[in-house]
Design a protein around this ligand. Structure first.
Ligand SMILES: [Zn+2]
Length: 187
């Protein structure tokens, strides 16, 4: 990791621990209702043949499947809570309309409307599809971080910080290797 990128990432992580009280009052109801709209209308960005799930059984990916159905990097991120190198994912510069699904189980996690360029080197989103990701605290670094997993297969996706853009101020910092992008229109 280049020193500048590392410093930026470390600084961003530190910022995640602090939220200005003024932010709590800065957002108009109009902006927040736009976010609610983006969160609820992601299905319109799914390709016609994509199967949208409203309910699903939790699945467990077997050791054999982990070793045979994924690359070493994908398996490391999804099942060992690993992190890819910054600026390594082609999804950093992906800006077509579509949805991002879990690489392991294909549950929809984000839409292209939720994506923004955070300049951190990882695909970043300012909100996520409600109830499709579960958070937990990660103590791997000196400071605690919030990591999140796919609720269907438990696959690790990334960490969420509080230094994103208005009105959510969230930065869902996702590994590109644990996502699959599906363009709205068929190729
Ligand atoms: Zn999954």
């Amino acid at each position: 990791m280049k020193r500048r990128q590392y410093l930026h990432y470390s600084f961003s992580s530190l910022l995640a621990l602090w939220v200005s009280p003024s932010r709590l009052f800065a957002d108009s109801g109009k902006n927040l209702s736009r976010i609610e709209s983006i969160e609820s209308t992601w299905k319109a960005l799914a390709r016609k043949d994509f199967k949208i799930l409203d309910a699903w059984p939790r699945i467990s990916v077997s050791k054999k499947d982990r070793m045979t159905k994924f690359s070493l990097l994908e398996a490391h991120i999804l099942f060992e809570e690993g992190t890819e190198k910054p600026y390594s994912s082609p999804y950093n510069s992906e800006n077509r309309a579509g949805i991002y699904v879990c690489r392991s189980c294909s549950l929809a996690l984000f839409s292209s409307e939720m994506k923004y360029d955070s300049h951190t080197g990882w695909p970043s989103f300012y909100t996520s599809i409600p109830a499709h990701l579960a958070k937990k605290t990660d103590y791997k670094l000196i400071w605690p971080r919030i990591e999140y997993h796919c609720v269907k297969c438990g696959g690790h996706q990334g960490h969420v910080f509080n230094d994103g853009p208005a009105p959510t101020y969230e930065r869902w910092c996702n590994n590109g290797a644990s996502l699959t992008f599906i363009e709205t229109k068929s190729a």
